[in-house]
Design a protein around this ligand. Sequence first.
Ligand code: DP6
Length: 345
Amino acid sequence: MTDTIQKVAWKSASNIALVKYWGKHSEQIPMNPSISITLENANTQTSIQYNKSNGSDVKVDFLFEGNRKPEFGQKIERFIARIAKDYPLLNEFSYIIESSNSFPHSTGIASSASSMSALAMNLYSILREHGAIASEDLSIASSMSRLGSGSACRSVYPGFAVWGNSEIVDGSHDEYAVEVNEKIHEEFKNTHDSILIVDSAKKSVSSTEGHALMAGHSFRESRIKQSHDNLKVLMQALEGGDWHKFTEIVELEALTLHALMMSSVPSYILLHPNTLKVIELIREFRNATSTAMAFTLDAGPNIHLLYPDYNAGAVKSFINDALIQYCEERKVLHDKAGQGPEKLI
Ligand code: DP6
């Protein structure tokens, strides 16, 4: 191995869950299976310059959008050290890592899925280029991403990915996600996601704390069963091109996530009054026009409005006419199902 500086870089996007991952145990093992759509525009670009280090500890110098962030650097050092347990080659380098997001910080969009998957793709590339991973296997990159952030493990694939063991998805696994795009009907192939920024303030509960609340939740067992049932029906809808069934399950999952937070001890309400107003308007418009569209929510107040490509004109007009006034500074981010991570260097 030479002593020269080497460089890799990847771009990876966030994803929006349709059946939600909420609750985990052991080393980032999900309480229940989840499925998501990897997006395109909300992404993180991360580059790593690395060269042979003299010391035995992993050393990281981390810059976010040009500014040195020692606290994150230490977090990443621990993350790399964890992966180095399986791939000791990573202990041999020191790293300069530079990262930036395509979306402004003030949108309340969670960046852990895009940032941790971009980072994991870089480490995966380093291991591939030095022969520590013999052949292409994205489940390894997915598993590495999971250790950084659970939802990130689904972002290493384009389009639709399932994470967590489920009897209805062949090859599904608790340690990594699998892509299920070959099963997806044309109707859903180019699904759009317009993110309505109702409130960009920092969340009052981190997802890590939120997951922990599920451990002793009164509805834990029924939630686990419900997620399996919902994944089954949703997969049928996705295979059959059924927007009606899709909408029923996706909205049920979004509201269940918030109902679980509201009914946990302590309880959290992350919905904003305008979240409810927008949901009401979406349902009214859908009832009146039969436009195929469904909303979902992350662990926050912002609304993701999902719709097929052929409705893009109609839904964007509806957003501009009726919904944008309920968004903070009229902020809406238009995104869609994406191609998965892209190697830049
Ligand atoms: C509500 O992946 O952010 O977005 O594993 O602690 O990093 P950690 O949690 P995270 O949780 C995301 C939860 C969710 C639902 C989902 O993406 O499935």
